[in-house]
Design a protein around this ligand. Sequence first.
Ligand SMILES: CC(C)(COP(=O)(O)OP(=O)(O)OC[C@H]1O[C@@H](n2cnc3c(N)ncnc32)[C@H](O)[C@@H]1OP(=O)(O)O)[C@@H](O)C(=O)NCCC(=O)NCCS
Length: 184
Amino acid sequence: MYIQTERLILRNFTDGDLDSFLEYHNDPEVAKYQGWGIPYPREDAVAFISSMKERVAPRQGGWIQFAIALKDTDELVGDLGCYIKEDDVRQARIGFTLSSKHWRKGYMTEVIPHLLEYLFEDMDVHRVVADCDTENAASYRTLEKIGFRREAHFVESYLDNGVYTSEYHYGLLQREWRENLKGR
Ligand SMILES: CC(C)(COP(=O)(O)OP(=O)(O)OC[C@H]1O[C@@H](n2cnc3c(N)ncnc32)[C@H](O)[C@@H]1OP(=O)(O)O)[C@@H](O)C(=O)NCCC(=O)NCCS
């Protein structure tokens, strides 16, 4: 994977990403609505990067995470991943994280469409979904800005640190993606 956007690169992880990856994984603001706990151990980060280095393309029933780096310096600033459904190669889920030093610069809105282009046009994916905590405005506003449709609001549907929290589910179809592109 190597995709350049206006300000960013979407690429495979490298060993040199370790310190930056650990820094944002250990930021409580970044981890607030994510599945990992803090402190995020160095050995987990080493294992994660090592496993992602070997994964060169999306595969059914598994996540692949790509590194988001600054075009000018190649510094890691976040990650963007996709999961291909185990029983349907034409359905995918995406997930994304950005270092808080780089929030609100439009980076995630800039980079996600490039992954969608790859999924919809190169892999012929029919439908992409994403979900987020109902309190995670940054996440759902990013998804809505890109064209995702809110399809469900599940109330107190998952247990997070002993508290039942609520989720929004979003979806986007290949034909909607293509229609949206025509309208731009
Ligand atoms: C979600 C996240 C990736 C957004 O990245 P970002 O690059 O800052 O987002 P953008 O700058 O592209 O902004 C996209 C939209 O979201 C809005 N937004 C961004 N952060 C926001 C916040 N904290 N509160 C409300 N809206 C926010 C922006 O204003 C923009 O909408 P607008 O142009 O209509 O105003 C980032 O906040 C993040 O990494 N959060 C922690 C990890 C996380 O929760 N990931 C999602 C898990 S489901």
